[in-house]
Write a protein that binds this ligand. Structure first.
Ligand SMILES: Nc1ncnc2c1ncn2[C@@H]1O[C@H](COP(=O)(O)OS(=O)(=O)O)[C@@H](OP(=O)(O)O)[C@H]1O
Ligand SMILES: Nc1ncnc2c1ncn2[C@@H]1O[C@H](COP(=O)(O)OP(=O)(O)O)[C@@H](O)[C@H]1O
Length: 396
């Protein structure tokens, strides 16, 4: 007969939580045995979840059982996500391979001077350098994690590079303490290098490929404004301009069009509008990640949702330009091309933006354009000028 044990029931019922990027980095160090024994592992688990909570990786794989009371973790599985995963070694593995290592923290591409300093220290101490690349979230990061690792390998091809998921702390003293403790787990001797000076051609090429000039990075131009304000019209004109220019690939994510495909079935409640914008933002960020241009033109009436899109896009390494199409309600209503305002006024369409649903005017727009009494070409020129002035677009 088939029976389910109490353990199985407890396992199936376990609360689950996906930590944020900083917490996942800390958890990884803890699972590898690199986290300082005297430091509590903090994961902001919602208080209504019963301990122990299973901590999941971004793909839903349970990594550890966590007790929010004590901060204790019990390993369930090894992290398996992220590039260069094979370089994420435990201190014990590094010490077994290199008992006399000289640990060098790599946060920037190693310069010619850095490499010379490392070689000097190796001669002086009789130790061999192991390059510990800081791969945890770091607001000061100037290179993507894969590029940092590639640059470290290119600078010192004969040395081992180890990826250490050390997340930057906001408090400099706290950050220095944690960094020292984690490095000491890997090696008895640590060398700090300045991370400044000239780069070899090979390293410089990796940096240049990873950090193109602003006007070659992904770009999301996000038009927001009332229905009938002119978003689609100007967005289409910009789209054609990018195609005519020919230097960049471009995708249009128009409000109406998105609602026929990506957001089919969604309505106009606050929740559905937020879902709609989050979807547009997600796609736009992916386009930006590939250095394309995405032109979005939904109403996007809520500031917080627009901010989320900005964050997603910037996290993907692309630029976000918010364009407020600030044509006043009276003019939009006068145009009423689709007859929607008349229906909204008559109460036939509920929750209509500007009439019976709010529009939060942006305070973070790159440019704000009122299309009243102006030609499309004139408004387009103003938008392009704003993009050029911000360094996001260059005239051919
Ligand atoms: N209740 C209500 N409120 C606002 N708009 C409405 C509504 N019902 C239908 N429509 C039509 O849907 C278009 C707006 O869709 P969006 O996806 O851009 O809206 S949102 O960003 O999710 O708020 C909008 O198109 P645009 O005129 O191009 O803005 C309208 O044609
Ligand atoms: N300078 C202008 N820029 C954009 N649209 C304009 C302008 N002048 C008049 N219009 C008209 O206003 C209407 C805007 O509609 P649309 O672009 O669909 O707005 P939205 O996408 O914001 O709903 C169109 O009929 C367009 O021809």
């Amino acid at each position: 007969m088939f029976s389910i044990s109490r353990d199985t029931i407890a396992f199936v019922n376990r609360a689950q939580w996906t930590p944020d990027a900083r917490e996942l980095a800390d958890l990884e160090l803890s699972l590898l045995g690199a986290w300082p024994g005297d430091r509590r592992l903090d994961v902001a688990v919602p208080s209504d979840l019963t301990a122990p909570v299973e901590l999941l990786d971004p793909e839903g794989l349970p990594l550890a059982a966590y007790d929010p009371e004590t901060g204790k973790v019990d390993a369930l599985d090894a992290p398996a996500y992220g590039p260069f995963r094979r370089l994420h070694l435990a201190p014990a593995e590094v010490r077994a391979a290199h008992p006399d290592a000289l640990a060098v923290l790599v946060e920037q591409p190693l310069s010619v001077d850095d490499v010379a300093a490392i070689a000097d220290a190796e001669d002086r101490t009789g130790r061999r350098a192991v390059l510990l690349a800081r791969t945890g979230p770091d607001p000061r990061r100037t290179l993507s994690v894969p590029a940092l690792i590639r640059a470290a390998r290119a600078a010192m091809p004969d040395r081992d590079v180890v990826a250490v998921a050390l997340a930057r702390r906001a408090d400099p003293a706290d950050d220095a303490d944690l960094t020292a403790a984690v490095l000491t787990a890997y090696a008895d001797e640590i060398l700090a290098v300045p991370g400044t000076g000239t780069l070899t051609d090979a390293v410089a090429a990796i940096v240049a490929a990873d950090q193109p000039p602003l006007d070659e990075r992904g770009l999301v131009v996000f038009f927001t404004g009332l229905s009938g304000s002119g978003k689609s019209t100007i967005a289409r004109a910009l789209y054609d301009l990018v195609l005519e220019d020919g230097r960049r690939t471009v995708t249009s994510l128009d409000g109406d069009v998105v609602r026929h495909h990506l957001s089919k079935g969604l309505g106009f409640s606050k929740e559905d509008r937020e879902t709609n914008i989050a979807r547009i933002g997600w796609v736009a960020a992916e386009i930006g990640r590939h250095r394309g241009v995405a032109i979005c033109s939904p109403i996007a009436p809520f500031a917080s949702t627009r901010e989320q899109v900005r964050a997603m896009v910037e996290e993907a390494g692309a630029s976000f330009a918010l364009v407020h199409v600030a044509t006043p309600l009276e003019e939009c209503e006068r145009r009423d091309r689709k007859g929607l305002y008349a229906k909204a006024r008559a109460g036939v369409i509920p929750e209509f933006t500007g009439i019976s649903s709010p529009y939060e005017v942006p305070s973070d727009a790159l440019v704000s354009v009122d299309t009243t009494g102006r030609t499309v070409a004139d408004v387009l020129a103003e938008v392009v000028r704003a993009l050029v002035d911000a360094g996001l677009w260059s005239e051919a």
